[in-house]
Design a protein around this ligand. Structure first.
Ligand SMILES: [Zn+2]
Ligand SMILES: [Zn+2]
Length: 368
């Protein structure tokens, strides 16, 4: 009899997750099956759960398995799946992380070597009814498709440290590289959530000069300071966009920031952040993923200031490997243990989403 595994399935906007059992797939040549050990709730999962990113409206077949920040151990290896993306041998029982999205490899973006921009990447949430069923993180298993970007996890990195690596950490490494943050530059980070906190450590290791972090929640600003933010701007103290922009100017010798990173996910943060840039500055946009939400920008301020804007979703083929090496070098230097706050068994996934949505926990992890 075929062995089965459990999955929490998303049934639609406003509905609680349901529990299903599916047969554990046999991997095709080049593919593998991972036994998930930890799956976090990321901001974009909350967007989907709340329905502001409406999967049904996007035409995604339901039920689906959400979740993409995950790690686990190899449970089954298909023929020819013998090494990871750095050439290290892979065996059943090895701990691994992998990209959660699947570039097509043959569209114009992929062919130019920019597979982070492949349109197929956004289809990473697949339906759970058809084979191979295990297509998201909130399940006991995950099916890694053939010839995928996968990395063996070094023994010195714990699951809770490594589980955000394939989303928040890789995203900010890739974004800060794309915006060419360089030695000694001033960086403003809008939003001290998972992305913002990781960005502080990454920017510091890239040689950033002054790092200024803006948020409206004191706990998050405290966390930002414990990660080494040089200055924090509390939105409760600096209540308007004009107040905050003035404060950034004051902290940058009245020039403005070299780089501003929008990691909060509010459209109105964009015109505010652009105003914080000095002439020639670069704006990194990662946070806004909710369709149809807009803001007003005065393009002349960008032209006259020779400002650039870089928007990124997903990351490159080598980013996740860099993220692991970054964690191995810096795990004791930054208080990463403070980022994840609570764990829940798979059966309590509805409670986990409720709690994180209400701000009762900073970041919840599901242990399937
Ligand atoms: Zn994520
Ligand atoms: Zn493509």
């Amino acid at each position: 009899m075929t062995e089965k595994g459990r999955a929490a399935v998303y049934l639609g906007r406003g509905q609680p997750f349901g529990m299903r059992e599916y047969p554990i797939p046999e991997p095709e040549p080049g593919a593998l099956v991972v036994r998930i050990s930890r799956a976090n709730i990321c901001g974009s999962d909350l967007h989907m759960w709340r329905g502001d990113l409406d999967l049904a409206a996007l035409g995604a077949p339901l039920p689906a398995i959400l979740g993409h920040e995950m790690t686990g151990t190899v449970a089954k290896l298909g023929d020819t799946s013998t090494t990871d993306s750095t050439g290290q041998p892979l065996a059943v029982g090895d701990r691994v992380v992998y990209r959660y999205f699947y570039p097509c490899g043959c569209c114009p973006a992929c062919v130019r070597g920019n597979d982070a921009a492949c349109p197929m990447n956004m289809l990473y949430i697949g339906p759970s009814e058809p084979w191979p069923h295990f297509v998201g993180a909130y399940a006991e298993y995950y099916y890694v498709k053939p010839k995928h970007n996968i990395f063996k996890v070094p023994d010195d990195l714990s699951d809770d440290l490594v589980s955000p690596a394939n989303c928040a950490l890789s995203e900010v490494i890739y974004g800060l590289e794309r915006v060419k943050l360089s030695f000694g530059e001033t960086l403003v980070i809008q939003g001290a959530g998972g992305l913002g906190i990781n960005a502080i450590a990454v920017a510091r290791e890239m040689g950033a000069g002054k790092i200024i972090v803006i948020d409206g929640i004191r706990d998050r600003l405290d966390l930002a300071e414990s990660f080494g933010a040089d200055e924090v701007i509390d939105m409760k103290e600096y209540c308007t966009a004009a107040d905050r922009t003035h404060r950034v100017k004051e902290l940058t010798g009245w020039w403005g920031a070299d780089v501003v990173a929008e990691l909060a996910g509010y459209p109105e943060a964009i015109p505010e952040g652009l105003a914080m840039l000095g002439n020639g500055g670069r704006y990194l946009e990662i946070g806004n993923i909710s369709l149809g939400m807009t803001c007003g920008i005065d393009p002349s301020s960008m032209v006259i200031g020779s400002k650039q804007m870089h928007c990124v979703v997903m990351y490159g083929q080598d980013t996740l490997g860099k993220a692991l090496r970054f964690l191995s070098r810096n795990k004791d230097k930054y208080p990463f243990h403070k980022i994840l706050s609570h764990t829940y068994p798979l059966e309590e996934i509805n409670q986990a989403f409720e709690d994180q949505n209400r701000g009762l926990v900073k970041r919840a992890a599901i242990i399937p």
